[in-house]
Design a protein around this ligand. Structure first.
Ligand code: PMP
Length: 454
């Protein structure tokens, strides 16, 4: 029996909300699933059916749903004060504590200061703006260009969209920022250059070198990339790629921005994604896992090199003319302090590495048993199943035929939520997932692919 509230939700689902990424006609025909509760790695929908959360919210509920520690921290902060910004002359205890904690956690990366915001897109926007401001302060205002990678995803603001690596995300919003170009991605599964990962890493690093020289090194502000590409299809670069990128950036003084919105705080199996490749970026963009999705929060971490420019004397550009109403939001910072305490205490990067390896091993047989799974790949708990039309040519399955969505629907029938993204099925469960839950997730997906074959 439905109560009035449930009737209201069912009737109005898809009526008033514009659902991003879903065609309006489709969202009328197949209204979005209504999730009403969550606990650990499981969520429950409005019909009372429970699923393994194979997407961790949206790569972000790293500590699992409904953690009492995080809830208590938010409530305790509300008892003190729910909102005051850390912007233009005020701060709150949680924002101060969190800035010290995150800079301490990124000590290896020589973190010096942190700028808080409200989400990943803000963190990227802040990074791009501060990179330009850095060069003005350093006396090289002509350095305004950004280079990024094809298939990269950097959020929805105009700066982030300008450096996004997929025309699919950029096309509708042009013209974008001038001076943004993309080079190829070292995608070992699907590339025209080389089947040898290390050779491929060198080729793409050489492309970056050539692009910087082509643009003119004195005009390039920064290179931005994700340590492991997420939304673009979970593309894991060869091990030497990031060290080579760092070398090329250093050759021309170009700033290296790591977009760690997904990889930050353990998802790829180390505390930060770039650290997993043994590289120190100049700027890191953080969001999602920082507060585990409980209250939205973004953060941009600047290293000592970048921050030093702000101490070179007072100039008209010398202040940080950038900030958000939500900068240092105390509820978000309180949630983050509790979430990061769990990340450290329970060694979630270590668990992500272990469970990710297990999940990939369990899913790998699909590359043989399913006619449409070309490759199962990943790092930590960022996992992608590449759907192909033809295993020999490795041509992608046409996303418009809806097969990825059917796989996700069958997986839901089997009790798991997974994410169809173009021609990839993406898995990014909470980092607290255990062996038994990994096995349920793998079985549900295996059953879903078996139904596609029938
Ligand atoms: N950067 C990366 C790498 C992302 O994956 C995302 C979101 N998926 C963003 C930036 C934007 O974050 P948000 O959606 O919180 O604005």
């Amino acid at each position: 029996m439905l109560d009035r509230n449930q009737n209201f939700l069912r009737e109005n689902n898809a009526r008033y909300q514009f659902h991003p990424m879903i065609h309006p006609m489709l969202s009328q025909a197949h209204p979005p699933q209504i999730i009403v509760a969550g606990d650990g790695c499981r969520v429950t929908d409005i019909d009372g059916k429970t699923y393994i959360d194979g997407v961790g919210g949206l790569w972000n509920v790293n500590v699992g749903h409904n953690r009492p520690e995080v809830k208590q921290a938010i409530i305790a902060q509300m008892d003190q004060i729910s909102y005051y910004s850390s912007f233009a002359g005020t701060a709150t205890p949680p924002s101060i504590e969190l800035s010290a904690l995150v800079c301490g956690m990124a000590d290896v990366e020589e973190a010096d200061k942190i700028v808080f915001s409200a989400n990943g897109s803000d963190a990227v926007e802040t990074a791009l703006k501060l990179a330009r401001q850095y060069w003005r302060l350093a006396g090289e205002p002509g350095r305004y260009k950004f280079i990024s990678l094809k298939n990269g995803y950097h959020g929805v603001h105009f700066g982030g969209v300008s450096v996004n690596g997929s025309p699919y995300y950029r096309g509708a919003y042009e013209p974008l920022l001038p001076g943004c170009t993309q080079i190829d991605t070292p995608w070992t599964y699907r590339n025209p250059y080389s089947q040898d990962p290390e050779e491929l890493a060198q080729i793409i690093a050489d492309l970056l070198d050539r692009e910087i020289r082509h643009q003119g090194p004195q005009t390039v502000a920064a290179f931005i990339a994700e340590p492991v590409q997420g939304a673009g299809g979970v593309i894991v670069p060869p091990a030497s790629f990031w060290p080579k990128l760092r070398e090329v950036c250093d050759r021309y003084g170009v700033l290296l921005i790591a977009d760690e919105v997904v990889t930050g705080f353990g998802r790829s199996g180390s505390m930060f994604g770039a650290r997993g490749w043994g590289v120190k970026p100049d700027i890191m963009c953080l969001a999602k896992g920082i507060s585990a999705g409980y209250v939205p929060l973004g953060a941009t971490v600047l290293n000592r090199r970048v921050v030093s420019a702000w101490y070179q004397g007072i100039t008209p550009e010398g202040f940080l003319m950038h900030g958000y109403t939500a900068t240092g939001h105390p509820l978000a910072c309180a949630a983050a302090l509790a979430a990061l305490d769990i990340v450290i205490r329970e060694d979630l990067p270590g668990n992500a590495a272990r469970q990710g390896t297990r999940l990939i091993e369990k899913l790998k047989p699909l590359a043989d048993s399913s006619s449409i799974v070309g490759e199962v790949r990943g790092k930590g708990l960022m996992i992608g199943l590449d759907l192909v039309a033809d295993k020999v040519s490795r041509a992608s399955l046409d996303p418009s035929n809806g097969i990825a969505e059917r796989v996700a629907a069958y997986a839901r029938d089997e009790g798991a939520i997974v994410r169809p993204a173009g021609s990839t099925i993406i898995l990014s469960p909470p980092l607290v997932i255990n062996e038994a839950e990994c096995d349920i997730l793998a079985s549900a997906l295996t059953a879903a692919f078996a139904r596609i074959e029938r």
